[in-house]
Design a protein around this ligand. Structure first.
Ligand SMILES: [Fe+2]
Length: 256
């Protein structure tokens, strides 16, 4: 009788733990959906493992097929960011909580010419500095490839290993230290750095025009003519070599 009671007590504790753990991870996932992407939530769910009691936590009033679907999603959520056209939210999966205005993409061992972009973000009037704007950037390596480490998931499987984030300072300034990217192999595409921004009002992140380089032969007349169409601020940056050999350029961005 005693042993039965102990077993029952242990069973209840274990069930309670499973229930609390499941709900906690669901809350974490909800937070991450808002903050980053559905993919991240899927990853969280996978990290927390299998829930022996999950079947009892699913609404049984649902038709059996939907219960089965829900169980399958818990066990194997779709990687919605593993897609070249994935939501810009995917670019912010894994963003550190604390960010400065300085983004460092490439380390000293990365082959290529050192590049420093100093930038400033303004509001739509083109005059008011815009602080606390989250910026994501990624680009190809010195061979024009979005090279990877091999263990990437989600959007990294498309954007590769050369990426970073920063947040504009009180005056809207930011900087990116990296290497000069090359254009895609056997292409006539201008070498470029992609950018996604997220404004501090919590609205959906979005792509802005790429940073390209004024001395790039593929930044031709046609490219220049289209660059500021629709009132965009130009992403064409003039580079100057500094005494330390680093190529430096400046870019101003007005957000719409
Ligand atoms: Fe690209």
């Amino acid at each position: 009788m005693k042993a039965k009671n102990i077993f029952f007590g242990l069973f209840c504790c274990f069930a309670l733990f499973q229930w609390a753990h499941f709900n906690w991870s669901r809350n974490v996932s909800r937070h991450d959906i808002q903050r980053a992407s559905e993919y991240h939530s899927g990853l969280q769910m996978r990290q927390f493992g299998i829930y022996p009691f999950r079947f009892f936590l699913i609404d049984k009033t649902l038709p059996p097929r939907e219960v089965a679907n829900e169980l399958r999603l818990v066990q194997n959520p779709p990687d919605t960011c593993d897609n070249p056209d994935a939501s810009p939210r995917c670019c912010f999966v894994g963003t550190p909580d604390s960010l400065t205005s300085e983004m460092k993409i490439a380390g000293k061992d990365e082959p290529g010419e050192r590049l420093l972009i100093r930038g400033r973000v303004f509001k739509a009037d083109g005059k008011t500095p815009y602080p606390n704007v989250l910026i994501y950037a990624y680009h190809t390596d010195s061979k024009g490839i979005y090279s990877k480490k091999g263990d990437e998931t989600g959007i990294r499987r498309w954007h590769g290993r050369l990426y970073g984030w920063c947040r504009t300072d009180v005056e809207g300034w930011f900087s990116i230290r990296t290497i000069r990217p090359a254009s895609y192999p056997d292409s006539r595409n201008a070498a470029h750095i992609h950018h996604v921004v997220q404004e501090p009002d919590g609205s959906e992140p979005y792509y802005i025009n790429d940073t390209v380089f004024d001395d790039d032969p593929y930044v031709d007349k046609r490219y220049r003519a289209n660059e500021t169409k629709g009132g965009h601020s130009s992403g064409i940056v003039k580079l100057q070599r500094q005494a330390d050999g680093v190529l430096k350029g400046q870019r101003f961005i007005s957000l719409k």
